[in-house]
Design a protein around this ligand. Structure first.
Ligand SMILES: [Zn+2]
Length: 277
């Protein structure tokens, strides 16, 4: 049985309205607890073992070809949807169409970047402590601080970020910068660790001048750039939707409930740059 595990919450959710949308990846059930799925990033066929004893499939590697994990594929699915591309295709197959768009990913070297690297309008960046924003590292990776992007305004059709904003000290400034560089009608498709049952976001750390002030016990996430990990500044709760709306975005949340027995949950935020009055 093919199940729709997706649902979306729009701004109407603030008043209690919710709806399900058919954004279902094509899952083909198989015996022995495994399913075969077409990877929506590289286009390869991949096996997805549903019987692993883990808590949340969000971080589980699914594709053995491009090493995409589930949340990468969730982001790709919303990207395909918002680019008006067939949901049965993949980013690799859609490369010619995506190449006509300007896309910024606030990370370098992930599964999505791996297949879009040679697409003309695609750019990726990382934040390095020791590289001037706008310049490139010794490895040729562009440095960008999302709180002060060096790109012109109204430039990108899509900005992608995956588990980045919990590490940004000033989230309002960061999201405002995304708003600035997006074209009117452009989208920021992103994930954050989102505590869906918590009303208010929690600030764990803040910048005071150039010093980090820890408000709660420091928490770090794995970081390909920093061996010590990346400090978490914010634990996000429901009020992030209000913050984003206040900055001028139309906000949609695409929720993905992963199937039993492992289960788990992911949400992809899709914010659209609305015209300011
Ligand atoms: Zn793949």
């Amino acid at each position: 049985m093919i199940t729709n595990w997706w649902r979306t919450i729009t701004n109407r959710a603030f008043t209690g309205g919710q709806k399900r949308v058919p954004v279902t990846p094509v899952w083909i059930p198989k015996t022995e607890g495994k399913r075969i799925k077409k990877c929506n990033i590289c286009g390869g066929k991949t096996h997805f073992d549903l019987t692993r004893p883990i808590d949340n499939l969000r971080e589980t590697e699914v594709c053995r070809q491009c090493h995409a994990i589930m949340r990468n594929m969730d982001v790709a699915q919303v990207l395909l949807l918002k680019a008006s591309l067939a949901l049965t295709t993949s980013l690799r197959e859609a490369g010619i169409i995506l190449g006509q768009m300007n896309i910024l990913e606030l990370a370098h070297g992930g599964a999505i970047g791996g297949v879009l690297l040679d697409v003309p309008g695609y750019q990726s960046s990382e934040y390095f402590d020791d590289v001037e924003p706008g310049a490139c590292s010794a490895a040729g990776i562009r440095c960008e601080d999302v709180q002060a992007l060096t790109f012109p305004e109204n430039h990108f059709d899509f900005v992608i970020s995956q588990d980045v904003f919990e590490h940004v000290p000033d989230i309002k400034q960061g999201f405002s910068e995304i708003w600035r560089v997006l074209k009117p009608g452009g989208y920021h498709v992103f994930t954050i660790p989102y505590h869906r049952n918590t009303p208010h976001s929690v600030v764990r750390a803040a910048m005071v001048g150039s010093e980090i002030k820890h408000i709660l016990e420091p928490a770090y996430h794995g970081d390909p750039v920093r061996s010590e990990g990346a400090l978490v500044f914010t634990d996000f709760g429901q009020d992030i939707r209000v913050i984003l709306t206040g900055l001028g975005f139309d906000v949609e949340l695409y929720e993905h409930y992963y199937p039993a027995p492992s289960g788990g949950y992911n949400v992809v935020f899709c914010t659209r740059k609305a015209q300011r009055e």
